[in-house]
Write a protein that binds this ligand. Sequence first.
Ligand SMILES: Cc1cc2nc3c(=O)[nH]c(=O)nc-3n(C[C@H](O)[C@H](O)[C@H](O)COP(=O)(O)OP(=O)(O)OC[C@H]3O[C@@H](n4cnc5c(N)ncnc54)[C@H](O)[C@@H]3O)c2cc1C
Length: 392
Amino acid sequence: MARRISIIGGGIGGLAAALACSQVGSVIEVFEAAKEFTELGAGVQLGPNVVKILDGWGLHEALAAVAAFPERLQVRSASSGRELGALRLGANTVQRYGASYATIHRADLHALLLAGLIGRDGVQLNLQSEVLAFEQDATSVGLQCANGRQARADLLLGADGLWSRVRQTLLRDGAPFATGHLAYRALVAQSSLPEILRSQRITVWLGPQLHVVQYPVRGGEWLNVVAVVEGPMRGDPAYWDHSADVVKLRSSMARTCAPLRDLIAAVDHWRLWGLNIRVPMKGPHEFGRGRVALLGDAAHPMLPYLAQGAGMAIEDAQALAMALRNDAVAVPDALGNYARARWQRNARVQARAIRNGRIFHATGLMRWGRDAAMKLLGERLLDMDWLYRGTS
Ligand SMILES: Cc1cc2nc3c(=O)[nH]c(=O)nc-3n(C[C@H](O)[C@H](O)[C@H](O)COP(=O)(O)OP(=O)(O)OC[C@H]3O[C@@H](n4cnc5c(N)ncnc54)[C@H](O)[C@@H]3O)c2cc1C
């Protein structure tokens, strides 16, 4: 008999899990607290490890229609503007890993997952359905929504993000912590920028205690820019979309090179996002208990400095579907297999992202060593075979 899954959270992770699991025959109900399925105005990079999975789910053409596929990633000094290193993407990535490197608006990624689910047999999507509580017994998991709705399924998936209530109920391991890193983000039409600032590349600018990442989205027509600086976050840490003080951002960039300052000055509307994380996963037990499992940021929130948070949620979704496809395996055993398959890779990505934060923002000797290593090793440093090759 088909397995019934209650998925808490309809973000990128929840919808990816719904799609992957429905493709192996599970019956899905998604419970999303928000009034509509939306995503923030920001971009995400998708490595070939992730694009390969989306292709396998039948989303190749939908992705090609909305994403950008940069030919090159370049790392530049934020102080001098000098190129420190570069990685060929495009055909090189396809040849090495069997899929492209894409950059996409989050809303477009979310919308293409949603489009894959709408009208699909055995999939029900519920909005304004904040889940307050759940309990499991030997055969099922029941949940209760704030709107009075109750539901019961064979398993429950907590895809409810960084501040996951499912995680708190299950693991009781406290809240995520603030990193002291603040992400200013903006999306700007390339046509509104001076010609010299338009770009179809991924560019990472590294400076003392700051970095900036820019890349094209929406078929290359828009530029996504994220500037990360160090400082305290004020306001609700669980809120992702604070208004940003542009004067403060520009003054943080005062010592950077003219091309970077020009880019920051050319963008008027910025939003602010305080970065909160957890320490890397320590074992499969952090993925859940019994008939309840976690996925995406609920399980392993990470700094965005490897550009793989949504990617790991999508990899989780694929692994979960693989673990559940054999009905003969009992649900707790299948979820145990999922946790064992995923925790080490996620822990490695989390740890590497933390390390990248230190390297990106390095000062003094460490900065000198970073630049020298990049010059010496170039592409060999940037091309992470263990990550981009994926897991299948
Ligand atoms: C600045 C920045 C840049 C990034 N860049 C990249 C990148 O380039 N590449 C990449 O792969 N990743 C990137 N990430 C990471 C990526 O954005 C996240 O890892 C990913 O969005 C997590 O998805 P999720 O579905 O697990 O959680 P979320 O997107 O947080 O979704 C959780 C959902 O659950 C819902 N919810 C919460 N509680 C409840 C409840 N009790 N009941 C019902 N619904 C509930 C919420 O409303 C929400 O819709 C970046 C992150 C940041 C901050």
